[in-house]
Design a protein around this ligand. Structure first.
Ligand SMILES: NC(=O)c1ccc[n+]([C@@H]2O[C@H](COP(=O)([O-])OP(=O)(O)OC[C@H]3O[C@@H](n4cnc5c(N)ncnc54)[C@H](OP(=O)(O)O)[C@@H]3O)[C@@H](O)[C@H]2O)c1
Length: 256
């Protein structure tokens, strides 16, 4: 452990959450913040949402939230993001790989560009963020939580590239759990239907499909961002003897 890290272990814990400006990532940032963490809110396009969230959190507790902007499809931007975390925050306890692109790629029309985009945010970026940040996470005996998707087990017609990317992330979870143990735990949360994708003019999941999905959920409701965020927090902060696991948070949908 480096001297700088040892000196900082008494300070507040620090979490980096990718794609945290809105929706599930933002709720995850709020939960970690409520529990006393300093939160590093990564965003790409949603800079003003990220800044609003950081302002709210900093109003509640000064100097406790920071915004970092990066396109996770760009290798240089991933390195710059990690470098800025390492230089500005000598302590890092948790990395949450939450950012994700999600859209249909029917087999007949899926393109190389779509493949690279979906693999980029969902698999490539998490791997190289883990690589860059693992030494700092080791210093704090920290942990990594990856957001996957329960559909990788069921399959999802029209979404092969996305589900392949999330399956890669799940495989990475197990392999890095072995490789980074015993200092760093690596787990995944696999959400079911939580928030519908936001494409108001051209919904990815149409009303009829939404009703069919709801009918297949034993808990008879969509999940909430809070359901996911609380599980991420539990795995990162409390589950000291859990590593390499993927926890499905899907209201029982995967049972059928
Ligand atoms: N919502 C659900 O019901 C559901 C279901 C299953 C799994 N999940 C998983 O749970 C996680 C959170 O879900 P969500 O619906 O809240 O996510 P989301 O809104 O679809 O995406 C989260 C963020 O990812 C960021 N992102 C996408 N591509 C990026 C790129 N190239 N570079 C940097 N950031 C990028 C975007 O940031 P900017 O807005 O700043 O550009 C976006 O706000 C995701 O991993 C998702 O796959 C969600």
């Amino acid at each position: 452990m480096s001297d700088i890290s040892r000196d900082c272990l008494t300070e507040e814990r620090v979490v980096l959450i990718t794609g945290a400006a809105r929706r599930i990532g933002a709720r995850t940032a709020e939960i970690f913040h409520q529990q006393g963490y300093r939160v590093l809110i990564h965003c790409h396009h949603s800079l003003s949402d990220a800044e609003t969230l950081a302002h709210t959190l900093n109003t509640a507790r000064s100097n406790s939230a920071f915004v970092l902007q990066a396109d996770l499809n760009c290798a240089e931007a991933i390195h710059a993001l990690a470098a800025s975390v390492l230089s500005q925050h000598p302590r890092l306890d948790v990395l949450v790989n939450n950012a994700s692109s999600f859209y249909a790629t029917p087999l007949a029309s899926v393109s190389e560009q779509q493949w690279l985009d979906l693999m980029g945010s969902n698999a490539h970026a998490p791997l190289f963020l883990c690589q860059a940040l693992a030494p700092r996470l080791r210093d704090s005996q920290g942990s990594i939580v990856n957001l996957t998707d329960m559909n990788i087990n069921r399959g999802m017609a029209g979404f092969s590239a996305y589900t392949m990317a999330k399956a890669a992330l799940q495989a990475m979870t197990r392999s890095l759990a072995r490789e980074l143990a015993p200092q760093v735990r690596v787990n995944a949360v696999s959400p079911g239907a939580i928030l519908w994708p936001e494409h108001a003019s051209d919904p990815i999941i149409h009303a009829k499909e939404q009703a069919a999905i709801l009918a297949g959920i034993p808990m008879a409701r969509l999940g909430t961002p809070d359901d996911i965020a609380q599980t991420v927090f539990f795995l990162a902060h409390h589950a000291h003897y859990v590593t390499g696991q993927t926890w499905r948070v899907d209201g029982g949908r995967g049972l059928s």
